[in-house]
Design a protein around this ligand. Structure first.
Ligand SMILES: Nc1ncnc2c1ncn2[C@@H]1O[C@H](COP(=O)(O)OP(=O)(O)O)[C@@H](O)[C@H]1O
Ligand SMILES: [Mg+2]
Length: 301
């Protein structure tokens, strides 16, 4: 039934209904009564600040509330699966989507790694989350892998597949989608970036991560995105929390994940952060609550 409704809605030109529900009373009625669209969140920031920690905790919290969750690892050195409690052995066996050569060729009509050939820009991707994710604690984990860029920014078949897949996940899925990204938000297409409910930029109390935050915000703005929020990470006292707030005056700060030795311990032991650091879980629950208040206000307004 849900698929039929989604088909109907996309057939009349609504790819991301939540932002267009003012337009038609019929669509509004259908959506409000039958579809629950989960949050689409992109977690970005400088390397090492705590993005994967936050992404893994948000994924587990949403899942523990009964939501279906897709967690995307879009980092070159993928480690979200481990942060979610997948063992190192199992994590090593995951082949990133960008390296599934047969799939890329089957879907795009061209061999991966080929440049300057013809291939489908809109390959079929809607079955990939089911077929190629690994599941843990109610979360589907998708490891994207990296695309080697061709000269002049040209798109290759694996790039087209990943782009379509991310676009599908953000614009057309009802699940909560959490993307653990690096600072390269410009890799998202414009339409996809606009469909993301919030870009969460993680910073630690230091100027370098603030610089990255400002750069990300500017890139996001160029993509037409205005919803960029800050989460402070590894803060040790009120002075450090205030330091972040004072240095990023034109950002809204959603909250803080303070420095907890248990978070590092989870990493050292290869255990899930959610199980190892309950104190961080409580902080991320507060962050999530604040985010939902803000984004609900934005959608009404
Ligand atoms: N709140 C925290 N308290 C203590 N250590 C943390 C905290 N957040 C992250 N870390 C540690 O910092 C390192 C980088 O964290 P990670 O979440 O992988 O960052 P990123 O994904 O931004 O590179 C890891 O070793 C992690 O355990
Ligand atoms: Mg990371």
């Amino acid at each position: 039934m849900r698929e039929k409704i989604l088909d109907f809605i996309s057939s009349i030109g609504y790819t991301r209904p939540r932002f267009a529900i003012n337009d038609s009373p019929i669509v509004k009625f259908i959506l409000l009564n039958t579809l629950q669209y989960g949050m689409k969140l992109a977690i970005t920031g400088k390397g090492g600040v705590g993005k994967t920690t936050l992404a893994s905790l948000l994924a587990r919290i949403y899942a523990s509330e009964g939501n279906k969750v897709i967690a995307i690892d879009a980092n070159p050195d993928a480690n979200l699966a481990t942060a979610l409690g997948i063992s190192a052995d199992e994590a090593q066996r995951i082949t990133p989507i960008a390296e599934l050569k047969d799939l890329i060729e089957e879907r795009t009509g061209a061999k991966s790694g080929s440049f300057g050939t013809f291939f489908k820009l809109n390959p079929k991707v809607d079955d990939i989350p089911e077929q190629f994710s690994i599941q843990k604690d109610g979360i589907k984990i998708l490891v994207m892998g990296t695309v080697k860029k061709g000269g002049g920014g040209c798109l290759c078949p694996e790039g087209a597949l990943l782009k379509s897949l991310v676009s599908h996940l953000v614009l057309s899925r009802s699940e909560v989608v959490i993307m653990d990204m690096d600072a390269g938000v410009e890799n998202l297409g414009r339409g996809t970036a606009k469909g993301v409910d919030a870009f969460i930029i993680v910073v630690e109390p230091g100027q370098r991560s603030f610089q990255t935050a400002r750069a990300i915000r500017d890139l996001a703005k160029d993509l037409g995105v205005r919803r960029c929020y800050i989460v402070g990470s590894k803060t040790r006292d009120n002075g450090e929390r205030q330091f972040i707030i004072n240095n990023l005056p034109d950002f809204e700060v959603l909250g803080f994940i303070n420095y907890h030795p248990e978070v590092g311990e989870a990493d050292r032991l290869g255990k899930s952060v959610f199980e190892t650091a309950p104190v961080a879980v409580a902080e991320v629950k507060d962050i999530k609550r604040k985010l939902e208040q803000i984004t609900a206000g934005k959608q009404r307004g």
